[in-house]
Design a protein around this ligand. Structure first.
Ligand SMILES: [Zn+2]
Ligand SMILES: [Zn+2]
Length: 173
């Protein structure tokens, strides 16, 4: 038998796993780029998405400055510093939550019904607002979130009486 008549079969394979891994990584990266900033995930029956502004920029009504939002934020993001923007008078409020943004928003709607916080009182007079996620802080401590919240309060100039925040600034070093 002539061994050369049947050469060994060598099949050159694409490094398939690596290849598809790279493609997937690129897709994920693209999706992230598309959705940088704040965006709606529900188009029906979500009271939070209804008021959520789709944007990667936030404008300070107090100073006229614009800031970029680098996080990706939806109504179900957990650990968020956010902005409530009064569409009637332009006053702004910065808040933070360690839970889901939509759960915090539910809390704010209760405050508005009861009028038991400065924010709740404000929106018993003014009626229209929208919501922007400013920064996502997954797994951050409450202390860390509050520090970032305060940074946004100063950036946007949302302290009362210009804005709606009434943080006691003396407690922060
Ligand atoms: Zn939603
Ligand atoms: Zn207002």
């Amino acid at each position: 038998m002539n061994v050369l008549s049947s050469p060994p079969q060598v099949i050159y394979r694409q490094p398939r796993n690596l290849q598809s891994h790279l493609v997937r990584a690129k897709l994920v990266e693209n999706v992230k780029n598309v959705h940088k900033g704040c965006y709606k995930t529900h188009f029906k029956n979500c009271v939070t998405c209804n008021v959520l502004q789709e944007t990667d920029r936030v404008y300070s009504n107090a100073t006229g400055e614009t800031f970029t939002i680098f996080s990706t934020i939806t109504c179900t993001s957990v650990g968020v510093v956010y902005l409530i923007n009064c569409k009637d008078c332009g006053k702004q409020y910065v808040g933070e939550t360690g839970g889901e943004l939509r759960v915090r928003h539910r809390g704010h709607r209760q405050e508005i019904r009861k009028g038991n916080t400065p924010l709740g009182q404000h929106f018993q007079i003014c009626k229209n607002f929208d919501l922007i996620g400013l920064q996502s802080l997954v797994n951050a401590s409450k202390q860390k979130r509050e520090a970032i919240e305060l940074r946004w309060i100063y950036r946007l100039g949302s302290l009362s009486p210009v804005g709606i925040n009434v943080k006691d600034v003396r407690t922060v070093s």
